[in-house]
Ligand binder design. Structure first.
Ligand code: TTP
Ligand code: MG
Length: 411
């Protein structure tokens, strides 16, 4: 039964337990995974800071760099003014480390975090690379919700190595504000009875759905905080902002009944696993890929998904993500073919040291029709060179990656 729908006599809707996770200075934390010497240092991730470059922006800054006034979306020139580059000013104690954006790495680390979240939530809504909502109503209880939130943070820290902030509340909107409330490394639990009190002092601009323009209009009406908004006359708000005004009024009162809904059908199915450190034993790599291929194919079969593209991912140290894929002339459900193609694609990495491997099937088709060929497309000449370098993550906004332990949990 989806969250939000209740049988008569079941607990009240406000007893839903929603958990929001937002990773701390996410890209900078990923850079620290690659280079642990950046721990505790001011780190700026962005573009345009190399000599000769002038155009570019900050993607994110570590909390140490934020102390210098550096922030997301800032022009790179102004970031360099407040925090010079260590590379050019090695003796300056007020200089910072600049790194360029490495999406492959961030997607990969984000994927590892999401795997854990799928294990821990009944339903998971991925919002962005570093943010998700979980409905955990049936996994915990208010009395122990803080411990549950801590467990989520610890698993991410231990298994992936990056810090997260977590908010727990009876609705999505409050949970998001809660995760943001005590960043970085925050854990804020807002129990049903405390929602109004928690929301009251929050700046009205931070209420979900209030942009800068609406915030200004609200301030002109004397509404500065979520508390003011909650106490405002809903009819006046509706006059001013239409149905949206009523929504905002409800949200400011913690009456956000949006269920935590997973996104639609996945665009791909994948499994991956890391070696402890990196391995030079290619036989081990082959075996691991064979195991993953079987699991992914099995998962596709159980989801009635046909696939047209089969791919592998190989991560080599320090964190170089290589992807190779082969497209078939039509959609299939053929575990042997997944095994065959993935082993073939793996061949070129025989001499590499390998940190992690993954198998993915994509170009999914859920329509209930006859497979184009039940013989497994013996002739695979249709594969194109461009497939070989297809970006593993490009269409994976809805990539359904699951972890070893969670297989079968969210059918
Ligand atoms: P955020 O979660 O907004 O920021 P953050 O994780 O860096 O920091 P916080 O601790 O406040 O959550 O965004 C996630 C990532 O998205 C961020 O690490 C970099 C990227 N990003 C941009 O590239 N440009 C931007 O303007 C913003 C806001 C984020
Ligand atoms: Mg974040």
């Amino acid at each position: 039964m989806p969250a939000g729908e209740r049988l008569p006599g079941a607990p009240e809707r406000e007893e839903r337990i929603v958990l929001h996770v937002d990773m701390d200075c996410f890209y900078a934390s990923c850079e620290r995974l690659k280079d642990p010497s950046l721990e505790g240092e001011p780190v700026v991730v962005g573009m345009g800071y190399e000599p000769g470059e002038t155009v570019g922006a900050v993607a994110t800054a570590s909390y140490e760099a934020r102390e210098y006034g550096v922030e997301s979306a800032q022009a790179i020139g102004s970031a360099l003014d407040s925090l010079p580059r260590k590379a050019e000013h090695p003796d300056d104690p007020d200089a910072g480390y600049y790194r360029s954006v490495d999406m492959d790495c961030y997607q990969d680390v984000g994927g590892e975090v999401k795997e854990i979240l799928y294990e821990l939530g009944d339903t998971v809504r991925e919002v962005s690379i570093d943010e998700a909502y979980l409905d955990v109503t049936d996994r915990t209880a208010w009395d122990v919700a803080e411990g549950f939130g801590r467990h989520v943070k610890q698993r991410i820290a231990r298994e992936v190595g990056v810090p997260a902030s977590v908010g727990v509340a009876p609705d999505m909107s409050t949970a998001k504000l809660a995760s943001d409330h005590d960043k970085p490394d925050g854990l804020v639990v807002v129990r049903p009875d405390d929602v109004r009190e928690f929301l009251a002092p929050i700046d009205v601009a931070d209420v979900h759905g209030v942009g800068p323009v609406r915030a200004r209009e609200l301030r002109e009406m004397g509404i500065e905080t979520a508390g003011d908004l909650a106490d405002a006359d809903p009819y006046e708000l509706a006059d001013e902002f239409g149905e949206r005004g009523r929504d905002l009024h409800r949200r400011a009162r913690g009456e956000d009944d949006r269920p935590v809904e997973p996104r639609g059908k996945p665009k791909s199915l994948s499994r991956e696993s890391a070696f402890d450190g990196a391995t030079d034993d290619f036989e081990r790599v082959r075996e691991q890929v064979a195991t993953l291929a079987e699991a992914v194919a099995d998962r596709a079969t159980r989801k009635d998904a046909f696939y047209r593209t089969i791919g592998v991912k190989v991560v080599t140290p320090p964190f170089d993500v290589h992807t190779r894929a082969e497209s078939l002339p039509g959609p299939v459900d053929d575990p042997d073919l997944v095994d065959e193609v993935t082993q073939e694609l793996l061949g070129e990495f025989a001499d590499e040291s390998v940190r992690k491997v993954g198998v993915r099937v994509s170009n999914l088709d859920f329509s209930e029709r006859e497979q184009a060929s039940l013989t497994g497309f013996a002739d695979r000449e249709g594969a194109t060179e461009s497939d070989r370098n297809r970006d593993w993550e490009r269409d994976s906004g809805e990539d359904d990656t699951d972890g070893q332990a969670s297989l079968g949990e969210f059918e």
